[in-house]
Write a protein that binds this ligand. Structure first.
Ligand SMILES: Nc1nc2c(ncn2[C@@H]2O[C@H](COP(=O)(O)OP(=O)(O)OP(=O)(O)O)[C@@H](O)[C@H]2O)c(=O)[nH]1
Ligand SMILES: [Mg+2]
Length: 167
């Protein structure tokens, strides 16, 4: 089954998106890190697997277990059919280029070229999100960015449509 793999930095809201997006699709009690789903658009139905991952960080982690977790995420990223990249909107372009190693920029460059790619600007309910999204658009040019709030479940309809068209 085609895997739609959710990746991003620590605390950007991957698990909140995973859980609440599943809820919005009618899965009442989402558990675990992977879930087979069906997406409906108009009269069509498509199936895929939604996968949550351990966060990506810049550099090499000193802790072996944490390194193994990130290695697993990189393997899931490499085998993904669709990469769902979550970033924190209030961080804006800073999250992409001003941090050491700029892991978001690396993920974005890789996934845009090699995968079907969906970029979600999360936490749009927080102050600074609007400016952050403008910065992201300036940084990434013609890349589609869908603003969401994983907590409030806003923007999910657009995510569903976009994901459906990628499958
Ligand atoms: N205001 C706001 N907070 C959010 C949103 N999404 C997630 N959060 C909060 O951000 C924090 C981290 O959310 P998680 O979903 O655990 O983030 P994560 O990317 O899975 O984090 P790790 O698995 O630790 O890397 C939690 O306190 C969430 O409640 C959002 O849309 N708006
Ligand atoms: Mg998580």
């Amino acid at each position: 089954m085609n895997a739609c793999v959710i990746v991003g930095r620590a605390n950007c809201g991957k698990t909140t998106f995973y859980t609440n997006f599943l809820r919005s699709l009618g899965y009442r009690d989402p558990k675990g890190e992977a879930c087979p789903i069906t997406l409906r658009w108009k009269r069509s139905v498509k199936a895929c697997e939604l996968v949550d991952t351990v966060s990506l960080v810049d550099g090499i982690l000193p802790d072996a277990a944490a390194r193994a977790g990130m290695a697993r995420t990189l393997m899931l990223l490499a085998s993904a059919y669709v990469v769902i990249h979550v970033v924190s909107a209030p961080l804006g372009a800073k999250g992409f280029r001003e941090t050491t190693g700029a892991i978001d920029l690396l993920v974005s460059r890789y996934a845009r070229r090699r995968k079907k790619y969906l970029l979600l600007a999360n936490k749009c309910d927080l102050p600074g999100a609007r400016t952050g999204i403008q910065e992201l658009r300036a940084e990434l040019g013609d890349q589609t960015i869908i603003p969401i709030s994983a907590t409030l479940q806003t923007g999910f309809h657009q995510v569903q449509e976009y994901l459906f068209n990628l499958l």
